[in-house]
Design a binder for this molecule. Structure first.
Ligand code: GDP
Ligand code: MG
Length: 193
């Protein structure tokens, strides 16, 4: 390419950059994310903190499913997250497969003040992946603002055993809530065929 060609192609290059930044449609995904875990671990509170940036101390037991939507930007992609908040009652476990269908990922939540809620995540993850397939999950140890009964390293090694990342969150203070949703969204976009 001679100098004249470069001079000619420069406006074209600038035009291409402007198109990319301002007019080229970003990739857009609509992805289903499930929240799993025992009752009262803080699933609904985490969704409320992430979507509305609020926290409420009252415990309202959820029956059925609530779906909330929030758009997350990952690089040049816009992801519309459809967040399915599933009831935590073990008695209704057989119904859960219907909620898992079509999900690309899950946030699996336990309560750092109750170690048994972490142990039961093993069966939550199994149940989820047996219906949804080998989709990514992230383990969340919630209520990090309270005196804990699960240590940092116990949560980490539990996550490692299930082949997942883990994070400590507080729906009350907001600690790591955005980071948790960003991390699972990132993993979900990587899992899309
Ligand atoms: P879910 O049954 O898993 O949806 O749990 P909820 O979100 O309804 O929360 C159960 C209870 O734990 C409620 O009283 C919440 O206010 C409380 N809670 C949830 N997350 C936190 C947290 O991060 N810190 C503290 N201190 N309390 C929390
Ligand atoms: Mg709930």
């Amino acid at each position: 390419m001679c100098e004249k060609d470069v001079a000619k192609s420069e406006p074209l290059y600038i035009h291409a950059v402007i198109c990319r930044v301002f007019w080229m449609p970003a990739r857009k995904y609509i992805l289903k994310l499930c929240l799993l875990g025992d009752g009262a671990v803080g699933k609904t509170s985490l969704v409320r903190r992430f979507v509305f940036d609020v926290f409420d101390d009252k415990y309202i037991m959820s029956f059925g499913t609530k779906v909330s939507k929030k758009t997350v930007v990952i690089g040049e992609s816009n992801v519309d997250l459809m967040i399915w908040d599933i009831l935590g009652q073990r008695a209704h476990r057989s119904l859960h497969a219907a909620y898992y269908l079509g999900a690309t990922g899950a946030l699996c939540v336990c309560d750092l003040t109750r170690p048994e809620t972490m142990e039961s995540l093993t069966s939550w993850v199994e149940g989820f992946q047996s219906t949804a397939g080998p989709m990514p999950v992230v383990i969340l140890g919630n209520k990090s603002d309270l005196p804990r009964a699960v240590s940092h390293s116990e949560l980490k090694s539990f996550g490692a055993r299930s082949g997942s990342d883990s994070l400590e969150t507080s729906a009350k203070t907001g600690e790591n809530v955005e980071a948790a949703f960003d991390l699972i969204t990132h993993k979900m976009t990587e899992a899309i065929p």
